[in-house]
Ligand binder design. Structure first.
Ligand code: HEM
Length: 126
């Protein structure tokens, strides 16, 4: 297995992840029923996000935290949801890639997920 080194690798990883997460019994509905995401528009944002983080090319423009607050208002985005998201991400990374950048993909998602979880919980007690 190879490490994540190209835009193609990033696209492959993100596509595989979405294939799983969208049909997930615990969190799939956030994508399909709450946000009703259009994958044609959504996936390129995710490719750019992860290309920026993993390959160091600053192609993502946006605010990854902000888009989650409206979801959290419809249905609380709780720790169990983040844990599942991260579990699916980790499995997708490990099923397809091996190396330092693959490990970075997992640790960065874990850190961002933790922060996001706290922000969502704080927003609910205001
Ligand atoms: C339970 C966990 C999560 C759920 C259910 C979730 C769900 C979603 C949904 C439905 C969208 C699309 C929102 C919209 O366009 O209306 C979205 C966007 C996004 N999510 Fe998450 N997410 C979760 C965790 C994470 C984590 C941990 C990360 C980062 C490591 C992340 C990164 C992003 C990014 C970068 C976008 C695109 C932002 C943009 O439009 O610029 N998400 N998420």
């Amino acid at each position: 297995m190879n490490d994540i080194t190209t835009r193609e690798d990033v696209e492959y990883l993100v596509k595989e992840f979405y294939g799983q997460v969208i049909k997930d019994d615990l969190i799939g509905f956030f994508f399909t029923d709450i946000a009703k995401i259009d994958l044609i528009k959504h996936l390129p944002k995710m490719y750019n996000f992860w290309e920026s983080i993993l390959l160091g090319n600053p192609v993502y423009e946006g605010n990854p935290m902000r888009v989650h607050f409206p979801l959290n208002e419809v249905t609380a985005l709780e720790e169990k949801h983040f844990n599942r998201w991260l579990q699916v991400w980790e499995k997708t990374v490990h099923d397809n890639f091996e190396g330092d950048i693959a490990e970075t993909a997992i640790t960065r998602a874990l850190n961002i997920g933790r922060i996001m979880n706290h922000k969502m919980a704080n927003a609910r007690i205001r």
